[in-house]
Design a protein around this ligand. Structure first.
Ligand code: NAD
Length: 354
C-alpha cells in the first residue's frame, strides 16, 4: 500500500521526535511492503517565522490532500508575546477545525515495565490499564452560547442526535478494533442532553452486536478510573466530560512522554500527535522521549490505514525496548540504561519484528 503522510515537525523537540517516528515507519514499510511518502508541512512558530502565519492556507491544503497527518508539537517562549491570532497554538485549533476532526482519542496504557511511575497503588496497577477515551471535540458546552448578565452567567450545553451519532460510531468502531467493550459516559440522571446521548448510543448498539455496550454516570466513571481502571476498554463521552476524564486517565499512567493521541473526523484521514507540548526546556539536546510520537504513528496505521499487524509490531518493539531496560531521562529509574532520543528511535526500529 502507498500512503502519503503530511508531517508537521513543528517547534522545540518536534523535529527530534518526528525523526524517530519516521525512522520506525520507514522500516515498517520495508518489512510489510508499504510505501510511506512524507509531505513536510510548516505549522506553529516555525511557520510564523517563515510566513508570518501559524498555518498558511496552502499548508492546511497539504494536510487535507494527505492520507493522514503526523504532528510533533508546536509553540515556545519565542512566540509567547505575540497577539492571540498569531500564536503557534492558533495553528493547532485551525488544523483541527480545518480537518473537521470531531473525535479525540486518547489511550491510557500502563506499560508493566513502568508500573512504578503510576500514582495508583501497585495492586490496582497490576490488574492492567489499557483503555481509550473517545471524546467529542467540537460540540457541547464549550461550543454553546456563553453569556454573563449581572450576577448571572450561563453556558449552553446542546447536542443534536447527528452529533452524538457520529461520535458514537467512532466509539463503536474503536471498540470493534480492540476488546469490543464500550462504556458510554453521561449524566442521564440529570441532563436532557445526556438522556439523548444514551438513547442514540443504544440505538447505534443494534448495528454493533459484536460490541458490548454499558452506561456509566460521569461521577461514577471518575471514581472507577482510579478504583479499577482495568474494567475499561473504550470510553465514549461528550466534550467536557471527556476533557476532564482524559486528563485523569493519562495521569494514572505516570508519563507524559509516552502517550499518543488521534483526532478523527468523517473520513479516514486523521491527525496524530503525542499529548505533550514542544518541551522547549529540553529541545535540541537529544534527550526527549519520542515514544508518544512513535505510538501516534502506530495509531495512524491502526485507525487510518487499517494496518493492525503493523501497529502491533511497533507496540511490541516499544515493549521490548522497555524490557531491555532502556530509558530516556524522563522515565529513568535505578538499574536502567539512559539513552537519548535518537538512540531510543534506533533501538525501537531494530526491535521491529514480524
Ligand atoms: P510540555 O508538554 O511541552 O512540557 C512539560 C514538561 O514535560 C517539560 O518539563 C518537558 O521537558 C517535559 N516533556 C514534555 N514532553 C516530553 C518528552 N517527549 N520527553 C521528555 N520530557 C518531555 O508543556 P509546556 O512546557 O506547558 O509547554 C511548552 C510549549 O508547548 C508551550 O508553548 C505550549 O503552548 C506548547 N504546547 C503544544 C502542544 C501541542 O503542540 N499539541 C500541547 C501542549 C503544549
Amino acid at each position: 500500500m502507498t500512503k502519503n503522510i503530511a508531517v508537521i515537525r513543528g517547534d522545540g523537540i518536534g523535529p527530534e521526535i518526528i525523526a524517530q517516528a519516521l525512522k520506525v515507519l520507514d522500516r515498517i514499510g520495508e518489512m510489510y511492503g508499504h510505501t510511506f511518502t512524507y509531505t513536510d508541512v510548516d505549522m506553529g512558530g516555525c511557520a510564523i517565522d517563515k510566513y508570518g502565519d501559524p498555518l498558511p492556507s496552502e499548508m492546511l491544503e497539504k494536510c487535507l490532500a494527505s492520507d493522514s497527518v503526523l504532528l510533533g508539537a508546536v509553540g515556545g517562549n519565542k512566540w509567547d508575546t505575540l497577539p492571540g491570532h498569531l500564536r503557534p497554538e492558533k495553528g493547532l485549533l485551525r488544523i483541527r477545525a480545518g480537518m473537521g476532526v470531531y473525535s479525540n482519542n486518547r489511550p491510557a496504557k500502563i506499560w508493566p515495565q513502568l508500573a512504578s511511575a503510576s500514582p495508583l497503588k501497585a495492586e490496582i496497577v497490576q490488574k492492567g490499564i489499557d483503555l481509550i477515551i473517545v471524546r467529542e471535540l467540537i460540540g457541547g458546552i464549550y461550543f454553546g452560547e456563553h453569556k454573563t448578565e449581572g450576577d448571572r452567567a450561563t453556558d449552553l450545553l446542546t447536542y443534536t442526535e447527528a452529533e452524538i451519532e457520529r461520535i458514537g460510531r467512532i466509539g463503536f468502531e474503536t471498540a470493534r478494533k480492540r476488546r469490543k467493550k464500550l462504556c458510554s459516559v453521561e449524566k442521564s440522571n440529570v441532563l436532557d442532553s445526556s438522556r439523548l446521548w444514551k438513547k442514540v448510543l443504544h440505538r447505534l448498539a443494534e448495528e454493533y452486536p459484536d460490541v458490548e455496550l454499558n452506561d456509566m454516570l460521569v461521577d461514577n466513571c471518575a471514581m472507577q478510573l482510579v478504583k479499577d481502571p482495568s474494567q475499561f476498554d473504550v470510553i465514549v463521552t461528550e466534550n467536557m466530560f471527556g476533557d476532564i476524564l482524559s486528563d485523569e486517565a493519562s495521569m494514572i499512567t505516570g508519563s507524559i512522554g509516552m502517550i499518543p493521541s488521534s483526532s478523527l473526523g468523517a473520513g479516514s484521514c486523521g491527525l496524530y500527535e503525542p499529548i505533550h507540548g514542544s518541551a522547549p526546556d529540553i529541545a535540541g539536546k537529544d534527550v526527549a522521549n519520542p515514544i508518544g510520537t512513535i505510538l501516534s504513528a502506530a495509531m495512524m496505521l491502526r485507525y487510518s490505514f487499517d494496518m493492525s499487524a503493523e501497529a502491533d509490531c511497533i507496540e511490541n518493539a516499544v515493549s521490548a525496548y522497555l524490557d531491555e531496560g532502556c530509558r530516556t531521562a524522563d522515565i529513568m529509574s535505578e538499574g536502567c540504561r539512559l539513552v537519548g532520543c535518537t538512540e531510543c528511535g534506533d533501538i525501537i526500529t531494530a526491535n521491529l519484528k514480524r
